[in-house]
Design a protein. Structure first.
Length: 287
């Protein structure tokens, strides 16, 4: 499945100085960065590429993010967000849900199974509201919800607002987006080194953001309300048709351009082992 900008939530750019002065004929080119060319020891979420693996570099005065393409094979429940903490009396138990791609029906069953196994309980139940598809936790003994991590399962199913509530027999979620992250920040220290970019709108104020990809949560929703968030193997393509240029010092040397991806929690984007590589394409200009 290809996701174009018109089919997605879009790409948001942070504020930066775009001023340029035309001093003669302008020439254009392309800069392609492929994660498979990353240096030894680097990760998919944070890497640099030796300039020798790209192409002989000419002077660059400006560059603009043009396209990113990758296979989204990141489970919506993974080691970053798979913990659920429940408190009975004075005892809090953190329970791990197996990593995987889940619909709401599958996740409800997985949570119930994991909780019953961890607490040796047969009374804890997870159901879905037939109209709203909200998650409903019930038990015959009062319990409360505790934040296990940021993010955790409560964030995945939209139940985090219940944290801190008084113990009860039942808790109901809000809208379960089933997401690991709603957006991905694509950043670079090298490519933005002359712009002093600071994205003050992200939760962790991630610096040097090239652009932000907003992932649509309902692309795979079916008529029953079940949906997987970017199911495994989805071909994700974001093409920018409204270029916004980033200034660069044409007299400086671009050495080992770096790329790092962060999730909405301002943490390095989680990639499971064996995740495919991805490509970023930039348009460049000499003036």
């Amino acid at each position: 499945m290809n996701i174009s900008q018109s089919a997605a939530e879009g790409i948001r750019y942070v504020e930066r100085n775009n001023t340029s002065i035309a001093r003669g004929p302008r020439t254009f080119g392309f800069l392609q960065i492929d994660s498979k060319d990353r240096q030894v020891g680097d990760t998919l979420a944070n890497f640099s590429v030796p300039i020798s693996r790209i192409f002989p570099m000419t002077k660059i005065a400006r560059l603009a993010p043009l396209k990113i393409q990758f296979i989204w094979a990141i489970p919506n429940v993974n080691v970053r967000n798979n913990l659920l903490a429940l408190k009975y009396g004075s005892t809090t138990t953190a329970i791990a849900i197996p990593q995987g791609f889940y619909t709401n029906t599958q996740l409800a069953a997985a949570i119930q199974t994991a909780v019953r196994a961890a607490l040796t309980s047969t009374t804890f139940t997870v159901t879905l509201d037939t109209n709203t598809f909200y998650f409903i936790f019930t038990d015959t003994t009062n319990f409360s919800l505790v934040k296990a991590n940021t993010p955790d399962i409560l964030d995945v199913i939209g139940m985090n607002f219940n944290v801190g509530a008084a113990p009860a027999l039942t808790f109901t979620s809000g809208l379960p987006l089933l997401t690991y992250t709603r957006y991905v920040n694509v950043s670079s220290n090298q490519l933005t080194q002359y712009t002093n970019v600071k994205d003050n709108m992200s939760s962790g104020q991630v610096a040097n953001v090239l652009f932000t990809i907003y992932l649509p949560f309902n692309l795979n929703r079916d008529t029953t309300g079940n949906f997987e968030y970017c199911f495994p193997g989805t071909d994700v393509q974001f093409e920018n048709r409204n270029l916004k240029w980033i200034g660069f010092d044409e007299n400086a040397q671009l050495v080992n351009p770096d790329i790092y991806l962060t999730d909405e929690w301002s943490q390095p984007l989680y990639f499971p082992p064996g995740h495919p590589d991805y490509i970023l394409l930039f348009q460049t200009s000499t003036l």
